[in-house]
Design a protein around this ligand. Structure first.
Ligand code: ATP
Ligand code: MG
Length: 423
């Protein structure tokens, strides 16, 4: 019997990893351009870390976590997101006690959700976090990082930014009270999810996608009317910053995001190139979270971006990605040629030129066919007569150019020149 993979956990095959790698390269570059530094975190954390930070009454903690007891009976959880881990590490290693920090991470996250297109049980996120700034300039910067990424990947025209402010915990509490009173009046019209959320996490009712709930939600109280002066000013400044950057955005009063820890700014990027799962990046400010996790009163802001969804967008966009093919394929005929071929290939690689030596023998026509399948630019042919004369044949494989015979010792120099002249 064959052992199958786990539902919702994907293998990434070689046909996809090249695209992933090129996206990861762009992500690294962009993070660096903005002065963010990479942090690598464990996949496993104490369950308590996520319960405390994400919130007990959220979808993630209520039903999406992979939690188990280890051999000593301690409850551990595969990380469903990395902001909490990031803060845990930053506190533990004193990265943010006295100084500010700009961090980024990338890697797998785990959520026990119903697998479907764009929704998996193991998926990957890239995220950034800025610790130590309370001002809206950093909210703007974080949004600009994502926008720069869209531009570098040539998908800016397919992305939409929605922003909202959910204010300070105090003003949100006032809003929450009125919101509960409002929905309570229409209790009989609430769907099952919303009825449950009314007592646990009423703000999340605003998030409901149920069409029958939309009228009710549209007439509900609006958070922005509850913002205190500081929050109002913070939000207005953010809008000014974004406007000055020509970053278009929509105000969405109903955007609350699924996690408890946000304060003031929340935002979400969606795309028109995906179907139902169209959110590619979400984030905001979380000023109380560091303290909640046992650190000092350090402000924070950041986002997380879903790589599977981003890659899917790229497959539907005009993003041009150049697959990396081996540049040289060496066809070797006979015992001595096989030895020579290994030597020349190794010289090529040392010179930074990727090379495949044909292994397993076979006729020249078969070897050339393999060279073609490998999409190599140049073939190098070494047969018995080449060995005798200490030469090799260099054969352009993707251009209609004549082949040439060169001294074995000059193969690397010749190839280097040819590759340079064709770019
Ligand atoms: P959704 O509303 O789609 O469930 P979310 O609010 O749970 O998203 P976040 O926790 O904000 O998502 O995570 C940020 C990003 O990570 C999302 O915008 C999405 O691109 C991606 N993401 C979240 N959950 C999954 C998943 N199960 N599979 C693939 N990507 C995901
Ligand atoms: Mg979710």
């Amino acid at each position: 019997m064959r052992v199958q993979s786990i539902r919702g956990m994907n293998d990434l095959l070689p046909s996809d990893t090249e695209l992933w790698q090129s996206v990861e390269d762009v992500i690294r570059d962009v993070s660096e351009l903005y002065g963010y530094q990479e942090i690598r975190l464990p996949l496993l954390e104490r369950t308590e870390l996520f319960k405390r930070s994400i919130g007990e009454e959220t979808d993630i903690v209520e039903k999406e976590m992979y939690t188990f007891l280890d051999n000593r009976g301690e409850s551990l959880t595969l990380r469903p997101e990395a902001t909490a881990s990031c803060i845990r590490a930053a506190i533990e290693h004193s990265l943010i006690n006295r100084s500010k920090a700009k961090l980024w991470y990338m890697g797998p996250m785990f959520r026990y959700e119903r697998p479907q297109k764009g929704r998996y049980r193991q998926f990957h996120q890239y995220g950034i976090e800025a610790f130590g700034w309370t001002t809206p300039d950093i909210d703007a910067e974080i949004i600009m990082v994502a926008h720069m990424l869209w531009r570098k990947l040539d998908i800016a025209q397919h992305t939409t930014l929605e922003i909202n402010s959910i204010g300070s915990p105090t003003s949100r509490q006032n809003f929450r009270t009125d919101l509960v009173a409002y929905f309570d009046k229409y209790r009989s019209s609430l769907d099952e999810d919303s009825a449950r959320r009314l007592s646990t996490n009423p703000l999340r009712i605003l998030d409901s996608k149920n069409p029958h709930m939309q009228d009710l939600i549209n007439n509900a109280p609006v958070m922005t009317e509850y913002l205190d002066e500081d929050s109002q000013r913070h939000f207005e400044r953010l809008c000014v910053f974004l406007g000055s950057q020509d970053i278009e955005f929509k105000l969405n009063h109903r955007l609350v995001r699924g996690l408890d820890y946000y304060t003031d700014t929340v935002f979400e990027w969606t795309t028109d190139l995906l179907g139902a799962q169209n959110a590619i990046c979400g984030g905001g400010r979380y000023d109380g979270l560091v303290e909640l996790l046992g650190g000092g009163a350090v402000a924070g802001a950041g986002f997380a971006l879903g790589l599977e969804r981003l890659i899917e967008v790229l497959k539907h966009s005009r993003f041009e990605f150049q697959p990396v093919n081996p540049q040289v394929y060496l066809c070797v005929l006979g015992d001595d040629a096989e030895v020579e071929g290994l030597r020349v290939a190794q010289q090529l690689r040392t010179a930074g030129i990727s090379a495949i030596v044909h292994c397993g023998g076979g006729k020249l026509s078969q070897q050339l066919k393999s060279a073609d399948r490998a999409n190599s630019l140049l073939g190098v042919i070494i047969g018995a007569s080449e060995i005798e004369r200490r030469t090799a044949i260099i054969k352009p494989l993707r251009q209609d150019l004549a082949q040439q015979s060169v001294a074995l010792d000059d193969v690397v120099d010749n190839i280097r020149e040819m590759l340079n002249s064709t770019g």
